[in-house]
Design a protein around this ligand. Structure first.
Ligand code: TYM
Length: 331
């Protein structure tokens, strides 16, 4: 049996290159490797913890679903589904909430960051228990994510272990899988992660070539003039070097390495370097933008691509939930 890979993206805004380079691109690679049994979903229940209007939320769901398909996820190769269409996620989350120590949730940095920025709600606090349910319902062994999700993955392992020791062997402890770009930084503030909830600083996957150029040329860089990778003293340039390295890969082939790029740009100034970053990114992202625009002509068809996956996910997750209910004594 092939190992199970599972991951999701929350429809809380448009996708940016961080989401792509840290997660979505890897979903497609893992799917196409043929080595895994892949599940990819839209974590729409998670989006309820943020305050989008119903119309905005529905738009984000369609937008991310379209990006999944435009980036190359294929319902014939992967199980693609929508979290809210599989009730077992919310049900298992309740069971996990009931065994999860408060202290584990209180130390989550994402919760701390978000609660400093917005009004908190109970969903935001217990979000990692729902995320754990998303993963362990499917016996997922590997979870491709950016490094901002590592703490949540650690909790998933803790809760799986805790459940197993109290109620008997039931769940697998999942591991995170990272790309070479597990944390793309904001173009406006390279000390902060590029984030959907802070659109200023994001390069969106469907940005037009002119917009890409403008955003990269005005990306915050550092004092000095040398194009050198040094995250401590040159976070802006280092971020662009990582993005450029990723954007020079073609198909399944690796891109130029950071030392190769440093050599290529020795003696060149930041303006020349940024122009090259934009020039690589434009053709790198164009196929996704173009495919997305085409798919958007028929939005109903997009959701249909998730219907078979919804059914399969319900079957797999429903069986696991039944086992859980029996083990905890719900008769
Ligand atoms: P979300 O929607 O915030 O982000 C989706 C994926 O993109 C990664 N990512 C980044 N990677 C590199 N650089 C960045 N700047 C960057 N920003 C985001 C994230 O790490 C993530 O992999 N809680 C999750 C969604 C989720 C999930 C799950 C993931 C819900 N249930 C179960 C895996 C398994 C989230 O909100 O990701």
């Amino acid at each position: 049996m092939k190992p199970i890979v599972l991951s999701g993206i929350t429809p809380s805004g448009k996708l940016h290159v961080g989401n792509y380079l840290g997660a979505l691109h890897n979903f497609v690679q893992l799917q196409n490797s043929g080595k895994y049994n892949c599940y990819f979903f839209l974590s729409d229940l998670h989006s309820l913890t943020e305050s989008a209007s119903p119309i905005e939320r529905a738009d984000h769901i369609i937008d991310i679903a379209t990006n999944y398909l435009a980036a190359g996820l294929d319902p014939k190769k992967s199980t693609l589904f929508i979290q809210s269409h599989v009730p077992a996620h919310a049900e298992l989350a309740w069971v996990l909430n009931s065994i999860c120590p408060m202290g584990e949730l209180e130390r989550m940095t994402q919760y701390k960051d978000k609660s400093a920025r917005m009004e908190t709600n109970a969903g935001l606090f217990t979000y990692p228990a729902l995320m754990t349910a998303d993963i362990i319902l499917y016996d997922a062994e590997f979870v491709p994510v950016g490094d901002d999700q590592d703490q949540h993955l650690e909790l998933a392992r803790t809760l799986a272990r805790k459940f197993n020791s109290r109620f008997g062997e039931t769940f697998i402890e999942p591991k995170a899988l990272h790309t070479a770009t597990p944390r793309v930084m904001s173009l406006a503030d390279p000390l902060k992660k590029m984030s959907k909830s802070v659109p200023n600083g994001c390069l969106f996957l469907d940005d037009e070539p002119e917009v890409i150029k403008k955003k990269i040329m005005s990306a915050v860089t550092d004092s000095g003039s040398e194009v050198k990778f040094d995250e401590a003293s040159k976070p802006g340039v280092s971020n662009l070097l990582m993005i450029l390295s990723a954007a020079t890969r073609h198909g399944g082939q690796a891109g130029k390495t950071i030392p190769e790029l440093e050599k290529e740009f020795a003696g060149k100034n930041y303006g020349q370097f940024k122009a090259a970053v934009a020039e690589s990114l434009i053709p790198y992202l164009a196929p996704i933008r173009e495919k997305k625009a085409k798919l958007m002509e028929d939005p109903k068809k997009i959701l249909k691509a998730f219907a078979t996956g919804d059914k399969k996910a319900n079957k797999v997750a429903g069986a696991k939930l039944k086992e859980v209910y029996e083990k905890v004594g719900l008769i």
